[in-house]
Design a protein around this ligand. Structure first.
Ligand SMILES: *Cc1c(COP(=O)(O)O)cnc(C)c1O
Length: 430
């Protein structure tokens, strides 16, 4: 028995019986049945802990997509207005449920494009460098696509990234970024920084940053603040509206289970909703709905995040997103997050209980500073460890040089999954 720090009421036990007891009393346990769980060649379901990379398929996705295919076959172009869920306003059917998951108002969010595209569109608007204020801060181990996007925006404005890009780094010998160090960066360079662009939850370490504090810090220095929620959305509650962030972007195929390469999401804070002077790259889907089809009007931006849309969106992808968001709404995000804290707490307890000196968890110990993912560093391990785990029926994620990332998703992972993972990790290490 063990009392986890910060989880004062929870007493975990290291046994399969205990894991099954937790599943039996989990009010969200039945949601697992609504997902396709991949199986190994022998027909055993995998212990799938890779929802941070690609979420599993909700069984409902197929139905939702089939419905649009049927409407397309029977209605043709008329489906834009006559389908049960008409395609013209289809993105609007996603806004309410999407907004709940990121803690925003429906008018502040829109599903469109993909993550990196949205990041560029947001930087077109919110990264407006001047001679004296032209730098961007990102966390040092940002996801490669974010780094490329930010560097290319700097170069686009003829700024050398060596001068224009500031990295918020962990201290020597540490893995996690400290907020105090971001404060120091702002203190030293605040006048020259135009944008703070931070991943809400780091893809590698699993560290979640204090979004509201970062926004307050940035705004105090007149810096715009945006977040990449790729690993945050559907995982932690970012409370975007209350955080005051200028913008945020995310994808929907990780924790939001919307299918490989599916569309991304975008948040623009309400205070920018009607600011038509904001520079943007425009397209007809961002134009006033009343006159969109008159075709000969000057661009007249829609209010809110919708005003940044470019194109009419792929309905089949959106149907899968709608299936997923309906499932989230039914489960309730707060309930999911609560389960997630316990489920990951159980995982942490079991890993600690292996009492193996080679293993350390680099993700923060405090549940408020992480989502469901734990990044496990295994001293002197190489990728063969990951291969062996896969052979043992565990789908996890390997990051060079020596980190296994596992992310029990509260919608479809069970306590039993977590228990099996720990047992198989131990067997593999032995
Ligand atoms: C997954 C991920 C991406 C992927 O970007 P796409 O444009 O959807 O391919 C980008 N940034 C972060 C932080 C990610 O985790």
């Amino acid at each position: 028995m063990f009392r986890a720090e910060n989880q004062s009421e929870i007493m975990f036990e290291n046994s399969l019986e205990y894991a099954r007891k937790c599943d039996a009393s989990d009010a969200l346990a039945s949601f697992r049945k609504r997902f396709h769980i991949p199986k190994s060649a022998s027909g055993e379901p995998f212990v799938y802990l890779c929802g941070n990379s690609l979420g599993l398929q909700p069984k409902a996705a197929s139905e939702y997509i089939q419905k649009e295919l049927r409407d397309w076959s029977s209605l043709g172009v008329e489906g834009h207005t006559e389908a049960e869920h008409p395609w013209l306003p289809y993105h609007e059917f996603l806004s309410v449920n999407m907004a709940k998951i990121v803690g925003a108002k429906p008018s502040e969010v829109v599903i469109m494009n993909t993550l990196t595209t949205n990041l560029h569109l947001m930087m077109v608007t919110f990264f407006r460098p001047t001679k004296s204020r032209y730098k961007i801060v990102i966390e040092s181990d940002a996801f490669p696509s974010d780094k490329y996007a930010v560097e290319s925006q700097l170069k686009f404005h003829d700024i050398d990234p060596k001068d224009g890009l500031i990295l918020w780094k962990p201290r020597k010998g540490e893995e996690l970024c400290r907020f105090e160090d971001l404060e120091l960066i702002m203190k030293e360079h605040g006048d020259s920084i135009a944008l703070l662009m931070i991943g809400s939850t780091n893809y590698y370490t699993g560290q979640s940053f204090p979004l509201k504090k970062i926004v307050e810090l940035g705004h105090k220095h007149n810096t715009k603040v945006g977040f990449d929620l790729a690993h945050g959305v559907g995982n932690i509650q970012p409370n975007l509206h209350a955080s005051g962030a200028d913008f945020a972007v995310w994808c929907t195929y990780k924790y939001l289970n919307s299918g490989p390469g599916s569309l991304g999401g975008c948040f623009v804070h309400e205070r920018h909703a009607d600011d038509k002077d904001l520079k943007r790259f425009a397209g007809w889907w961002g134009h006033n709905k009343e006159t969109r089809f008159n075709m000969r009007h000057e661009f007249d931006a829609l209010s809110g995040a919708e005003g940044w849309q470019l194109s009419n969106p792929p309905i089949l992808s959106m149907a899968a997103i709608r299936a997923s968001l309906d499932t989230f709404a039914e489960a309730g995000f707060d309930n999911l997050r609560k389960k997630s804290v316990t489920l990951t707490g159980f995982l942490e307890f079991l890993i600690d209980d292996l009492k193996d000196d080679r293993i350390s968890i680099i993700t923060p110990r405090n549940p408020d500073e992480r989502g469901c993912q734990l990044s496990i560093q295994v001293k002197s391990a190489d990728k063969s460890l990951h291969t062996k785990l896969t052979e043992a029926g565990v789908i996890s994620d390997w990051r060079e040089p020596d980190v296994i990332r596992v992310a029990p998703a509260p919608l479809y992972n069970s306590y039993e999954d977590v228990f099996h993972f720990a047992t198989r990790l131990k067997d593999t290490l032995d």
